[in-house]
Design a protein around this ligand. Sequence first.
Ligand SMILES: Nc1ncnc2c1ncn2[C@@H]1O[C@H](COP(=O)(O)OP(=O)(O)OP(=O)(O)O)[C@@H](O)[C@H]1O
Length: 423
Amino acid sequence: MARIKFASDFDKSVLLNNFENRGWIQVSPEDDWNFYWAGVHNIRNVFSVDSGFRLQDDQFINHFPNHVELTRKDLMVKNIKRYRKDLEKEGNPMAEKDETGRFIHLDFIPQTFMLPADYNLFVEEFRKNPNTTWIMKPCGKARGIGIFLVNKLSQLKKWSRDGKGNSFTPPSAKETYVISKYIDNPLLIGGKKFDLRLYVLVTSFRPLKAYMYKLGFCRFCTVKYNASLNELDNMFVHLTNVSIQKQGDDYNAIHGGKWTVQNLRLFLESTRGKEVSDKLFDDINWQTIHSLKAVTGVVSNDRHCFECYGYDIIIDDNLKPWLIEVNASPSLAATTSSDRIMKYRLISDVVNIVIPPGEAPDVRWNKIPDKENLGNFDLLYDEELANADQGAQDVRGAKPGLPNPAMRGGLRDVKRGSQATWK
Ligand SMILES: Nc1ncnc2c1ncn2[C@@H]1O[C@H](COP(=O)(O)OP(=O)(O)OP(=O)(O)O)[C@@H](O)[C@H]1O
């Protein structure tokens, strides 16, 4: 077999060492590569009609062409809102609402408006609950840049005047913001706020096939949480981004303010019980699947692509998880040595799933490895298996599309089905 040629837009050791240790040789992105770990900015060039580039059967790349449908803050919200509406229209029980008009099962993103487009709708909502705090986030930025909290309309008006002229028009993509209800009752550990970073590998959107990584982690704020209005501007209290927390005096470079997901699980099992902890992680799996289903119709399902997303989740003090954001290019920088080991294994496990074991990349490979090649990934969702399972339920007389049987409960049914095929 000819040696595999890889290209990378990143000079990160967790990537380069991984590929070199496999005996692959590095080439430039302009050359004839088999495997390209591209930055999101380059993906457009690879797939643009003008580039005249046609990917071959032995070429793989780490982004879907229009991943932004999931990974840009405003588009993710738009797609999830549309998905819920579509389910509601078709009378799907998953779209059931409570007496206040809230989705019972699909209420997993904080209420969000686009600015400037939805400004009037936002004002209407704000006036209904004037004591609520909201978080403003620029759509085209990351690492906490440009984020601020507001609890008065005057702050928004000031922001609009200072930065954007004297009205909410005309928007350019770069100046678009989302404003989301601030989760002001986060679950605290040791008095500190944290969020979860989970990795989700998608190898196909149609049919949907996704894997959840077991080695996610929690990112803690360095200072204790304080919901008082005096602290509204203190980003060390409110934003869990490592890039922000690193700048604080209390940042600990040894553990990097991080806990593994297993630690969180153990903590919850001992403080709240196993059932509660299992339910939380089942809920996270469930909302992850629905966030992906919300974009299956809009993402171009190119066979040469896979994508390893970074999911950011906040858990509130009722142990309800909220999906905050999906990152297309989760950081591969290592802040601690255990971080480096984990990220190295992550990349290795991704490669083992997307490339047939011991062979060259091949788009005809169905990306269903043996169980031993899943590494630290668990199958999260396989649409074909779920449909087969749903069929079985229909035969048993269950209502099609009922909220949870095949999915809530940690996909136990779906997994059972898939394990059968791993044998
Ligand atoms: N609705 C919310 N309620 C509470 N906290 C929030 C909310 N939205 C965001 N945050 C906090 O702000 C941080 C930054 O938000 P977000 O991840 O959306 O922005 P970002 O700048 O794109 O960050 P990233 O670098 O992860 O892409 C989150 O990690 C979280 O701690």
